[in-house]
Design a protein around this ligand. Structure first.
Ligand code: HQG
Length: 179
């Protein structure tokens, strides 16, 4: 039996990185037709239907996916490597935001700042606990504080997704402190 996490990973892969792998095309804002996703999922995981998809989307630990109001379309809320025009609102950040990483990346980060790497944006968390969990995906977590309000005052745009992730193009080293 394929579990929800496996289905979620498959959806992330298609909706963030490789829509072509499922024969899908995303629109400019990252939406794919639910019908096409269901057809692709059913080919991968026999028996996956609308109810199962809804369960995976609704029970998802990080609310990674969003279904449109008319239930016709689905998209990943963030994390894309394919070109999508994020339409999250520019939002004034709090004084401080947090980024979880690991020690081995620190020399490069302190020299070049935080870069989006393979994604579209640098992902920041609103609290250090969440950032700790993000860093822990790669090893012993290290949490960096981003002096966000001061960076925003220089004209850098911060966007807030509907599941509470802060997105920014990059963070220069002068705006980073070790938490
Ligand atoms: C690091 C997951 C060297 C950065 C998580 C990170 C999050 C640099 C890695 C979301 C660097 C990129 C995002 C530089 C940044 N030199 N390394 N200049 N700048 N890095 O996965 O923030 O489960 O793209 O510290 O929970 O780890 O996918 O970003 O370690 O919310 O929904 O390069 O992804 O959510 O890694 O994670 P990622 P992230 P999901």
């Amino acid at each position: 039996m394929v579990n929800d996490v496996q289905i979620s990973k498959t959806l992330s892969y298609w909706l963030r990185h490789r829509p072509d792998a499922a024969g899908l095309e995303l629109d400019a804002a990252g939406w794919a037709p639910v019908e096409a996703i269901l057809a692709a999922l059913a080919a991968e995981v026999p028996g996956t239907d609308w109810d199962r998809l809804l369960e995976v989307v609704e029970l998802n630990d990080k609310r990674r996916f969003e279904i449109s109001g008319d239930a016709q379309r689905i998209r990943a809320r963030q994390g894309h490597s394919v070109e999508v025009s994020g339409d999250w609102p520019v939002t004034p950040p709090p004084d401080r935001l947090f980024h979880g990483t690991v020690e081995r990346f620190l020399p490069a980060i302190l020299q070049d700042g935080l870069k989006p790497m393979r994604r579209h944006h640098v992902h920041l968390s609103g609290d250090p606990e969440t950032a700790t969990r993000v860093g822990a995906r790669r090893g012993q977590p290290v949490v960096l504080t981003v002096v966000a309000a001061r960076l925003a005052a220089t004209g850098v745009e911060f966007r807030l997704t509907s599941n509470g992730v802060w997105l920014v193009d990059r963070v220069p080293p002068a705006y980073l402190e070790r938490a």
